[in-house]
Design a binder for this molecule. Structure first.
Ligand SMILES: *Cc1c(COP(=O)(O)O)cnc(C)c1O
Length: 444
């Protein structure tokens, strides 16, 4: 009977036995990718921009945008977007606390500071209701992260931003190709910036890209980190005195093996993420109604989608499982042959970097070096962000729609959830630090 087999943790048979073959292999690399990469090497074109410009054009067309600009990684694409939006000394940027640090921290190297806001416990993205009271006369921009593949609730965020004349920067590193109410994520705010690192959903190696319809943002990003393109083509009047100058002193050019592979990947990307979407939705549809478990995905027929389901996680509702900790739950699921772990990114506002570190020698912590007030956010300041790790866990990221194999995973989760009572006795609870990376220090 479904869900009644003895738990793997107690010596029962594992629910997941495979075969897995290429179920999790990503990105999908064919001879076409290989040939494109080898051609760059044979031509000695690694450091050029001819292929990158073609990739940019195709990427912009794919998203229906006027401009795309390739970068050597996603972090620099975000820095380029910040500079593009005119963020500078003393400015404040509002960003969700639960994300990877490059969503916001590059602002410090421009002399700006970051004010962290809450995430919504359902979307896990920036909470639109926690923005407005954080806005001051210094606030320049809102960073939105489509976190773990889920589109952020852009409509109310854009409304607040327009009301206060703020720029909106979308960090699309987790959600390339996803939709929010029928619009591609990354195309709704003033600028979209994203990682294209191998391991992300759109995976081409080390790489990043920025998309915008705003010529000034595009040209400022060029002037800041793409010196060879800061030429007579620049139209923005305030940039014209600086034509020919490497404004930021940075070099952010994309490696052309990455852009060549990117051109091939782009051809198949929508088709491949459609299959991921089908597989992940099948998994969650099969678990519908199982206590304690909820999908992290937008409502069906909402026009919103998960894109590539990068680093997909599930919601955990311990109240429905007698208070069983997510740590113990994951332990039992792992014993069924499923590699999952509790938690997600640790909240950035508790990182020592946001409290004590004087990175640039200002003689005071960087977060307040150029600020007009103390922006440090202590423990307890963002309770949803601080507590979310106990309510989420990572999931297998299926790349193919293979129902027989996915059914084994469904059975693993269902088995553990339905037999939660047997797990309560030895539940030691969650450790104080849950999720994140081992080296990531948290202020406690
Ligand atoms: C990966 C990532 C980045 C940075 O991209 P890199 O290519 O690693 O520099 C930025 N934001 C988010 C949310 C990410 O996950």
């Amino acid at each position: 009977m479904i869900g009644t087999e003895k738990l793997g943790l107690f010596g029962g048979p594992k629910a997941v036995t495979g075969p897995h073959e290429d179920m999790f292999k990503w990105p999908i690399i064919t001879e076409e990718d290989e040939a494109a990469a080898v051609q760059v090497l044979r031509d000695g074109a690694m450091s050029g921009t001819d292929i990158t410009k073609k990739f940019e054009k195709e990427f912009a067309e794919w998203l229906g945008m006027d401009y795309a600009l390739g970068f050597n990684n996603g972090t620099s694409s975000l820095l380029g977007a910040f500079y593009g939006c005119g963020i500078g000394v003393g400015d404040e940027v509002i960003c969700p606390s639960v994300t990877y640090w490059a969503s916001a921290l590059p602002a410090y190297s421009l002399g700006a500071s970051v004010v962290f806001a809450e995430i919504d416990p359902v979307t896990l993205c920036l909470d639109p209701n926690d923005i407005e009271h954080r806005i001051t006369e210094r606030t320049k921009a809102i960073v939105v992260v489509h976190y773990l593949g889920h589109p952020a609730d852009m409509d109310p965020i854009m409304e607040v931003a327009r009301k206060h004349n703020l720029k909106v920067i979308e960090d699309v590193s987790h959600a390339q190709g996803g939709y929010y109410k029928g619009h591609r994520v990354g195309t709704i705010g003033d600028v979209g910036a994203m990682s294209l690192m191998a391991g992300k959903s759109f995976a081409i190696g080390e790489g990043g890209i920025l998309v915008t319809n705003d010529q000034e943002i595009y040209e400022r990003a060029i002037a800041f980190g793409h010196y060879e393109r800061n030429n007579q083509d620049i139209q923005t009047p305030s940039l014209q005195p600086f034509i020919g100058l490497p404004l930021g002193g940075y070099k952010f050019r994309m490696h052309q093996v990455s852009s060549a592979v990117g051109r091939v990947q782009l051809k198949y990307y929508d088709e491949r993420i459609a299959e991921i979407d089908k597989a992940m939705n099948y998994f969650w549809d099969s678990l519908e109604g199982v206590p304690g478990l909820r999908a992290h995905r937008p409502a069906k027929n909402s026009g919103s989608t998960m894109g590539g389901w990068y680093a997909t996680h599930g919601h955990y509702v311990p109240e429905e499982l007698g208070g069983l900790s997510v740590t113990r739950f994951c332990e039992a699921v792992r014993a069924e042959g499923v590699g999952i772990a509790p938690g997600c990114n640790l909240p950035l506002h508790l990182h020592p970097l946001q409290h004590d570190a004087d990175v640039y020698g200002h003689g005071k912590p960087t977060i307040i070096a150029n600020a007009s007030r103390d922006l440090r956010q202590p423990k307890g300041a963002l309770p949803v962000s601080e507590g979310i790790a106990a309510r989420v866990y990572s999931l297998p990221w299926f790349k193919h729609f293979r129902p027989e194999l996915i059914d084994q995973y469904v059975e693993a989760f269902r088995k553990v959830a339905t037999q939660y009572e047997a797990l309560l006795a030895d539940d030691k609870g969650n450790p104080e630090k849950l999720g994140g990376w081992n080296f990531f220090r948290q202020k406690v």
